[in-house]
Design a protein around this ligand. Structure first.
Ligand SMILES: *Cc1c(COP(=O)(O)O)cnc(C)c1O
Length: 437
């Protein structure tokens, strides 16, 4: 992968400006702050606006943010102020969403392994719940017999339409662990019977996959859910299913600064595959994560040393598997753009030289890029790992007891003034020493 980045692209200039400012304010420091993550809060707002604009006003839609993509409470709070709901999939994410002030009615609880206690709490607070399997359906039924709930309740179906380019991200394969497989023997009939028997079941949920699933595949999965909802409503003679949760999963372009596909393009695919979604008969929930955050964040790290081995240039930096776990372990599936900077943060120019960009972890595969053509890096320089606003610094891997880096939000005034806001402090060594005696 090469970094297609023109120095005059506005995003590149903006990152350079922010990096210079971060160095000046010692948010990046060769002793005290070896690496840090940055989130463009103006960019997040623009992405949220683009999502809301992609769906016509005639559709009653609740757009939730998939907390696992970036679960920092101050960021969730900001997304709430921008009009988002929140999708959670664990007690921890649920607690973070509540701490960020989300009304439980605007929280959607998805997880394939919800305990009785988790379900009871979600039902008590009135969070929407998407039921993953038959056994969970029985549990919810038993809980509702003891105590009614205001929660919107749905079933996650697996439309079994196949996977995308990344197996681990594809949730609609024939044998996926998620949801009730719609095409398996007897399931369509059994689902219809469940909707007939349980008047509280009023939603249907589908999430085809994340990165690597083309929009047409995702829209096809949504179409299967919509068709099944209409089948249920026809068979039961009334609008029993009132809402479709279409999940998230819009893929992100990791090769340059353009946003492709856009929410508008995806909404057009949905209109083609599942026109009834826009007919006004269903309420809609979305659960996007990566497409809202990935391109609005980057990680910057110092180069500690440089060397050559077997003729290969290697830069030993402070960003490796602890913050770029997927990229290090599955480099073909998760390549990242990297830019080179002087110690001041200024972009580095020069003839590209193939270099391995290595992390600090003690295993040989800890490389965020192999033989990447970049201006030759020197000790003290900075590297920036682009498009890492989702699923990177906030899904930390605690290898070698490396601490979580700080995450700074930023905004830039029209006159170029940069404002930083701490979203998460860096872990200290003391934080790694819990008081267990
Ligand atoms: C992960 C996940 C999402 C978000 O996926 P993105 O690719 O980040 O948009 C939404 N819904 C469910 C059920 C998920 O598991």
């Amino acid at each position: 992968m090469t970094t297609r980045q023109s120095p005059d692209h506005p995003s590149a200039a903006r990152r350079e400006r922010v990096l210079r400012e971060a160095v000046q304010r010692k948010l990046l420091d060769p002793e005290q702050a070896l690496l840090a993550a940055f989130v463009d809060l103006d960019g997040v707002e623009a992405s949220v606006t683009a999502l809301h604009r992609a769906f016509p006003d005639s559709v009653h839609a609740l757009h939730t943010f998939a907390a696992k993509a970036n679960c920092l409470v101050p960021l969730l709070e900001r997304l709430r102020h921008l009009g988002m709901g929140c999708e959670v999939a664990s007690p921890g994410e649920f607690a973070q969403a509540l701490a960020a002030g989300f009304d439980p009615a605007r929280i959607v609880y998805d997880s394939p392994a919800k305990t009785r206690g988790e379900l009871a709490r979600a039902l008590e607070l009135g969070a929407a719940v998407n039921i993953d399997n038959w056994q969970e359906l029985d549990r919810v039924d038993a809980l509702l017999r003891t105590r009614p709930s205001r929660s919107r309740l749905g079933i996650r179906i697996n439309p079994q339409i196949g996977g995308g380019t990344i197996g681990a991200m594809s949730t609609a394969t024939a044998t996926s662990k998620f949801g009730i497989p719609l095409a398996d023997d007897g399931n369509a009939e059994r689902l219809l019977a469940a909707y007939r028997a349980h008047p509280w079941l009023t939603w249907i949920h589908v999430h085809v996959g994340s990165q690597g699933c083309p929009p047409d595949l995702m829209a096809d999965g949504v179409a299967k859910a919509v068709a099944f909802a209409e089948h249920v409503n026809d068979a039961l003679g009334r609008r029993r299913i009132t809402g479709i949760d279409i999940g998230g999963g819009l893929p992100v372009n990791f090769t340059d600064d353009t946003t492709d596909p856009t929410y508008t393009a995806y909404a057009e695919r949905l209109r083609t595959h599942a026109p009834a979604l826009f007919g006004g008969g269903f309420r809609v929930v979305t659960e996007f994560g990566r497409s809202l955050l990935a391109k609005n964040g980057f990680i910057a790290a110092h180069v500690e040393y440089t060397k050559t081995a077997g003729g290969r240039h290697i830069a030993l930096t402070h960003a490796g598997a602890q913050v770029a776990t997927r990229t290090v372990f599955m480099p073909e599936a998760w390549p990242l753009r990297i830019t080179a900077h002087h110690p001041s943060g200024a972009a580095k120019y020069g003839d590209p030289v193939p270099q391995d960009i290595a992390g600090p972890c003690c295993f040989a595969g800890d490389l965020v890029a192999r033989a990447r053509p970049l201006p030759l890096l020197e000790p003290g320089d900075l590297v920036a790992l682009l498009d890492t606003g989702a699923y990177y610094a906030t899904t930390h891997f605690q290898y070698n007891s490396l601490p979580e880096p700080a995450v700074h939000g930023f905004t830039v005034d029209p006159d170029g003034t940069v404002h930083f806001e701490l979203l998460r402090p860096a872990q200290t060594t003391d934080d790694l020493l819990p008081a267990v005696r």
